[in-house]
Unconditional design. Structure first.
Length: 429
């Protein structure tokens, strides 16, 4: 470099991407650790051709190229499609919760904000009162200075809390984390913490990941349609079958995919519980679609009563309450003196259709593959890649990180399937 030039030339983005992917593949993700490996690890030195970027350069590259890094998995998946490793006929979706780079102690709710404002106002009043008393006594001046400093601190705290409360109201959020505003409180077997819900969609043929995502929903109920559509976008054409566990069993979400003539194999919550229906549960009441009514196991009709557009349900009631009062199952079926009534969601027909689809033998065979296909990647990512928490903050950052991790899984699978020599030959061909 010429002494007259200021700064260093830009590093090749390909080299920086290789550094991040290779580091993630071996559980080395932090910028400082990657800097160290580039200096002392022979494989990193060979990969980087003796380039030695410092940790700030590595961190800046990751921070400034979040959206580009998010697309790395898509490019990898499309390469797998060209190599014939992904067919796109049957897709499996799954999610796993991963810690965010933020403490749950920094979570603020409306109630916490109001309580903090109340305490701040009370303390400010106390300080002002103490200041007045000190002024009157005209002594102990150092104490007076300290009180003024505390007053300023309390006023600053109050201003910050008011800003947080305004953010909660404007964005209609139930909670706000001051470290990472886009993360959410996650409940899992490992406890309660701030995190993200990582999503992946896997192909049936070799279990390769087609798409990945990170959302801040505490469950998977609203994710099925979005995740399958993202995978289909990468494939370039719709899949034939989409499968997931009962955590995705929201009828409205499943219906979006079913309408596109894609076979949906997702058990309902009732089916997943494997509990046989009770003697007089709703499932044992036959629905007469022609006459728009239910028929109870004793042969009595429950006629249509009304519809509730807000909750999107139809109400059905027994035609004559005396039939229930005189029935031998009164007390077991219902204790209501007005007789038995049932609620039928507007989308009940599609729910029944999806339940029947799940029970078909061919659907059962597909569902049995789900666990070994879609849960293996998360096991590899969390255990082998030591990916137990995100380093970046915000959804764009965590999407980039999970994309890199999923790409590393795909690369390991490709080597397992084709071998190193075979993979190189395929890529060169």
């Amino acid at each position: 470099i010429s002494p007259d030039n200021v700064g260093n030339p830009q590093y090749d983005p390909k080299a920086m991407l290789k550094l991040h992917v290779y580091g993630t593949a071996y559980g080395v993700r932090s910028s400082r650790k990657l800097e160290r490996e580039a200096h002392y690890n022979i494989s990193f030195i060979w990969l980087m051709k003796q380039l030695k970027p410092d940790h700030k350069t590595i961190a800046e590259f990751r921070r400034k190229n979040k959206k580009a890094l998010k697309n790395v998995l898509q490019q990898c998946a499309r390469m797998c499609i060209k190599l014939g490793l992904i067919e796109g006929n049957t897709l499996f979706a799954d999610g796993s919760k991963i810690r965010a780079n933020a403490s749950i102690k920094n979570k603020w709710t409306k109630e916490r904000c109001e309580e903090a404002l109340k305490k701040a106002d009370e303390r400010i009043e106390e300080i002002l009162k103490e200041c007045e008393e000190t002024d009157l006594m005209e002594e102990d001046q150092p104490s007076h200075i300290k009180m003024r400093k505390e007053l300023s601190d309390q006023a600053t705290l109050k201003s910050k809390v008011q800003d947080i409360l305004k953010e909660l109201k404007d964005e209609q959020k139930k909670q706000y984390n001051t470290t990472d505003p886009e993360c959410a409180v996650m409940n899992s077997q490992k406890g309660t913490y701030s995190g993200y819900n990582a999503q992946i969609v896997v192909d049936e043929k070799h279990g390769l990941i087609i798409s990945s995502d990170a959302v801040n929903d505490n469950n998977d109920l609203k994710q099925f349609a979005d995740q399958i559509e993202q995978a289909n976008e990468t494939l370039g054409s719709p899949c034939k079958t989409a499968c997931a566990d009962s955590g995705y069993a929201t009828t409205d979400e499943l219906a979006k995919i079913d309408k596109k003539e894609i076979k949906v194999v997702v058990p309902s919550q009732r089916q997943a519980s494997e509990n046989a229906p009770g003697r007089l549960n709703k499932e044992l009441f036959q629905f007469d679609e022609k006459n728009n009514r239910y028929v109870c196991p004793e042969g009595h009709a429950l006629e249509f009563s009304y519809s509730d557009s807000k909750s999107r349900i139809h109400e059905y009631r027994i035609s004559d309450p005396e039939l229930c009062l005189k029935c031998r199952h009164f007390g077991q079926c219902t204790k209501n003196k007005q007789g038995r009534h049932l609620r039928r969601p507007w989308n009940e027909a599609i729910r029944c259709k999806l339940e029947e689809e799940y029970l078909k033998p061919e659907s059962q065979d597909i569902y049995k593959l789900r666990q070994q296909k879609v849960e293996l990647p998360f096991g590899h990512i969390k255990r082998n890649l030591k990916f137990d928490s995100f380093l970046l903050r915000g959804r764009d950052g965590v999407k980039a990180e999970i994309s890199l991790a999923a790409t590393c899984f795909n690369m390991a699978r490709m080597i397992t399937i084709l071998g190193v020599t075979g993979l190189i030959q395929k890529l060169q061909g």
